[in-house]
Design a protein around this ligand. Structure first.
Ligand code: ITT
Length: 197
């Protein structure tokens, strides 16, 4: 059993990571170790923010840990919201407000604008004090309106290229994890760890 702290405050990410990594891993949260404040993310890139979150937990606990920083890039918005995806509409991680702003910014670009989009994820693992990063991506497009109730964040408006036009909030957790940015990066991390044993 590999025990790791997952440096996140996002319950949706935690649930997905537990499913993706499976029974060989035990995940602790920062809260389990007394870290209850929000972990700062002040970098300009996903890689920097991912490292900053993992390092924050490592410096305070000395434990093996990992963090995930994810951004949604939309072509007609020149890659926005990107690294600012969590606080796109406000400072409060409000998923609904972020989606409202995303749809309205795309509308403003007119009917011919490209709704193509992708999630990118950088996972930073700190193990025995050394740092390793793993990347994942998922391609798709932004739907004109919300649909579905599963998942979290931008899932109700993200239509992956592979499930016949359904949003991520309309497919099963397993189907999302099989193709997602988080699935890809965490499976790479797990394979790397297995190679170290
Ligand atoms: P932590 O930093 O505590 O891990 P966060 O929600 O702040 O959580 P990010 O900065 O990585 O995480 O997330 C950027 C935004 O993208 C945020 O609004 C997420 O809800 C959203 N997001 C991340 N992964 C997603 C996914 O798989 N599906 C839909 N939205 C996602």
């Amino acid at each position: 059993m590999i025990q790791l702290v997952f440096a996140t405050g996002n319950k949706g990410k935690l649930a997905e990571a537990s499913d993706i990594l499976g029974p060989g891993f035990q995940l602790l949260t920062p809260a389990d170790l007394g870290i209850t404040e929000e972990i700062p993310e002040t970098g300009d890139t996903l890689a920097q923010n991912s490292l900053q979150k993992a390092m924050y937990v490592y410096e305070r606990t000395g434990r093996d840990c990992f963090a995930d920083d994810t951004g949604l890039e939309v072509d007609c918005l020149d890659g926005a919201p990107g690294v600012h995806s969590a606080r796109y509409a406000s400072d409060g991680h409000d998923f609904d407000a972020n989606i409202v702003k995303l749809l309205s910014e795309i509308e403003k670009k007119g009917p011919g604008a490209s709704r193509k989009a992708r999630f990118r994820c950088v996972v930073t693992l700190i193990i025995s004090g050394s740092v390793h990063q793993f990347e994942g991506r998922m391609d798709g497009s932004i739907a004109p309106a919300k649909s579905g109730t599963r998942g979290f964040g931008y899932d109700p408006v993200f239509v992956p290229d592979v499930y016949g036009g359904k949003t991520l909030a309309e497919v099963s957790e397993e189907d999302k994890n099989n193709i997602s940015h988080r699935g890809e990066s965490l499976r790479s991390m797990a394979a790397w760890l297995k190679g170290q044993q």
